[in-house]
Write a protein that binds this ligand. Structure first.
Ligand code: SF4
Length: 756
């Protein structure tokens, strides 16, 4: 369906030459990650050996995928690029905006009513600009991508952190912010710091109760949530090749939980089988012709310490099933130690819910293995003690598992099947309805990936543990967190002691996948006549107006909006939570601008002085007053300003409200780039101590902005309320191209002007 075999053949057609060249210039054998990176350079054939963890490199990804929550602003921006079509194959997936409550059918119907405006917008923009559209209920972005688009040796980006899931099919797939995706859609390169490389050698073989999920739960325990930062994790060894392709996807998916840039596996027979089973025999045939370039050079895996920055070895034959949590995915507990850990930490033992599925774990293999346990409930005269839910990752999986009788088996243990969507994995779970206050301390187990406080049900007192679907099912049957299915017995309805047999399943459906309506909507061949309609009265969507170009003059008389104290992340600048619903409406979401930032003058949040009136108010209100009066403003911040997510809203909102410059001790890199892209001045103090010179009533005059040039510091005159003045030096990292963005008002304005 809709995958582009010609594009894939083109990638394979050039891979040999580029890999040979990369081997020559680096003077060493190559890992798989390096082969993929070097064969996707924007400039074509490799000519420089890049330093890992240091050099910024321009890449040309093969594909882009966007989910509904992030696609809104990305596509609103793309509409300004002046392009008739996306430059790179792109898909949009409606999965995040569907709340799980009573079951698939009713929940989907409700979502189609409440978010219909957003879905219609995404569908019409997709239709117009040549983007494949997956409608609500079609499935979760990463499962759909694995089933339809991922291919060995490819590179993709996606506006979701679990885009990394496609590493299960041997890709380098990376989560990015919407602004990055827009650049690539518009035909521009995508920049990434050349990653470091972590090798994970898997020896032995999975068996019995242990599943691929346990590999990544173990890795998370070793690396912790930060251990993979800035690195690609590459798995190899007999344990890797003996595992299913979808199992590899699960492992790569949760690489996001250790902060890794992405994770990947070398091409092997499991991928060949998966490609054929999902209707892509031609991709498998093409991959087989270049397979030596779709895995690392043999010397690399023979001497991994020599070629990776870090190597971890795990023997799958000795690996135990794990449960990770609560509140963090790296707190790893083997099942045999859970009883002890739970009593030591006072974790409630009664399990209220077992939830399986999500983009992480809803393969046919996962579901069939979990179903083999559900079947034993009747066979062994047991009763399932916890509530149980299934969230299929795609309509193709759901349809196939229904055809093969698994849904019926789950029905018999009282399971609820939610829509093929994110639901309880992203807090879109109305767990309590009108029952209870949603604050009770309680335990749930799930096969998703993240388990931060409130992530599943909004209750800060829900302790969520992450495990394999088979372990989650066994625990739900037993109803106890400390149940170890390898050793523990259950008492059945006849009062007999019984044990659950080991889970059994199928890597792939013996009768093949099937689906009636996968939920894909192909775009028009010629979308030029398609109208994108956004109601002017909409509170969720707003067409963007281009930001004004720079008038070429020094900015004079700018007022201080806020001097932020300490940590100021993108969450402080543009909060998530309830504000998510406004992600497609810049003016409405701008009402959360900097409301989480701490004002250095009073240590309060969202309480700053309005220099026009002398009164205090919320940051967005005060800023709107300056904007109405035509007064420019600046924001001052501390170290690592803008760390956290790559959401472009954190740069677009201040820009929309009239902030002209952000002056800080240091920036988080992605946010700095986002500011530049949106036509803002991103500046750093030459002398960090100058931060202390900034007073609440200050006015700022840019003395030499008219000669803005790469590598040249700028001078700002600070005028204090008592009339005293002092000049400070500020630095910037704009190159000439980025200065052109500033002049044009934004990077997109420049692209649009070039396309006019
Ligand atoms: Fe993200 Fe969860 Fe949806 Fe996967 S299922 S895309 S992790 S929200």
């Amino acid at each position: 369906m809709a995958f582009d075999i010609d594009m894939i053949k083109e990638v394979y057609g050039r891979v040999a030459e580029r890999v040979d060249k990369a081997r020559e210039i680096t003077g060493k054998p190559l890992t798989l990650a390096e082969k993929i990176l070097y064969s996707h350079l924007w400039d074509g054939n490799p000519s420089t050996a890049f330093e890992r963890g240091k050099d910024y490199v321009d890449f040309a990804p093969d594909r882009i995928a966007c989910q509904d929550a992030t696609a809104q602003m990305a596509l609103l921006q793309f509409m300004h690029a002046g392009k008739p079509k996306v430059a790179v194959p792109t898909t949009v997936h409606c999965d995040h905006l569907i709340q799980a409550k009573v079951g698939a059918e009713a929940d989907l119907k409700r979502a189609n009513q409440t978010s219909n405006e957003v879905f219609d917008f995404l569908e019409s923009v997709s239709n117009k600009y040549g983007i494949g559209f997956w409608k609500p209920g079609a499935g979760i972005i990463h499962q759909v991508v694995l089933e339809n688009y991922a291919f060995p040796g490819g590179m993709m980006i996606g506006t979701d952190s679990h885009t990394v899931n496609a590493g299960g099919l041997g890709m380098v797939a990376i989560g990015v912010g919407g602004a990055d995706a827009v650049d690539v859609m518009a035909g521009m390169p995508w920049e990434l710091k050349f990653p470091k490389l972590i090798g994970v050698k898997l020896t032995g073989k999975l068996s019995g109760w242990t599943a691929p999920k346990d590999v990544i739960l173990k890795v998370a325990g070793i690396l912790t949530v930060k251990g993979g930062t800035g690195a690609i994790i590459e798995y190899f060894g007999e344990g890797a090749t003996s595992m299913s392709c979808t199992g590899k996807g699960t492992i790569c998916n949760m690489g996001a939980e250790v902060g890794a840039t992405t994770s990947t596996f070398g091409y092997d027979e499991s991928m060949d089988r998966y490609l054929r089973s999902t209707g892509r025999a031609d991709v498998a045939d093409a991959a087989n012709q270049v397979k030596e370039h779709l895995t690392a050079d043999s010397e690399v895996y023979a001497n991994p310490e020599q070629y990776f920055d870090q190597v971890i070895e795990i023997n799958l034959s000795e690996l135990e099933p794990h449960l990770n949590g609560p509140f963090t995915p790296d707190l790893a507990t083997p099942v045999s130690k859970m009883s002890e850990a739970a009593s030591k930490n006072d974790w409630p033992l009664k399990v209220e819910y077992g939830l399986i599925g999500s983009c992480t774990n809803s393969s046919y293999e996962d579901i069939s293995r979990a179903a083999s346990l559900a079947k034993q409930v009747a066979d062994k005269k047991l009763k399932t003690k916890s509530n149980f839910t299934i969230t299929p990752g795609s309509e193709q999986v759901r349809y196939t598992i229904e055809r093969d009788g698994f849904i019926k088996t789950f029905d018999k243990i009282g399971a609820t099947v939610f829509a093929n969507a994110c639901g309880p994995c992203i807090g879109m779970w109305d767990r309590y309805g009108d029952k209870g206050d949603g604050q009770e301390r309680n335990t749930i187990v799930h096969s998703f990936n993240r388990n931060f406080a409130k992530r599943a049900d909004g209750n800060p007192n829900t302790l969520a543990f992450v495990g394999s679907p088979e372990l989650v099912t066994a625990i739900a049957i037993a109803g106890r967190l400390d149940f170890n299915p390898i050793t523990d017995k259950l008492i059945n309805e006849d009062g007999e002691e019984v044990m659950l047999d080991e889970p059994r399943g199928y890597e792939l459906p013996p009768e093949g996948f099937a689906v009636e309506d996968a939920g894909y909507v192909a775009p028009a061949d010629d979308g030029s006549g398609v109208q994108v309609v956004v109601a002017s009265t909409s509170e969720r969507l707003q067409l963007l107006a281009p930001f004004k170009p720079w008038d070429g003059k020094n900015i004079m008389g700018a007022k201080l909006l806020i001097k932020a104290f300490g940590k100021c992340t993108t969450d402080h600048i543009s909060m998530a939570g309830p504000w998510l619903r406004f992600r497609g409406h810049l003016d409405n979401i701008a009402n959360n601008t900097l409301i989480g930032a701490v004002n250095a003058f009073n240590q309060k949040t969202n309480f700053v002085k309005n220099q026009i009136t002398g009164e205090y108010g919320g940051v967005p209100d005060v800023q709107r007053a300056y904007k109405a009066a035509g007064i420019p403003t600046i924001v001052v911040g501390d170290h690592n300003y803008g760390e956290g997510s790559s959401r472009e809203h954190a740069a677009m909102q201040p820009r929309h409200l009239g902030v002209r410059a952000v002056l800080v001790k240091s920036f988080a890199r992605i946010h700095e780039t986002n500011l530049k892209k949106q036509g803002m001045l991103a500046l750093t103090f030459d002398n960090e101590a100058d931060y202390d010179k900034i007073r609440e009533d200050d006015t700022f005059n840019f003395v030499d902005l008219e000669s803005f040039a790469p590598g040249k510091s700028l001078t700002i005159e600070i005028v204090h309320a008592d009339g005293s003045k002092e000049n400070i030096l500020v630095n910037h990292s704009y190159n000439q191209g980025q200065i052109e963005w500033f002049k044009a008002g934004s990077a997109l304005n420049l692209i649009a002007a070039q396309n006019a």
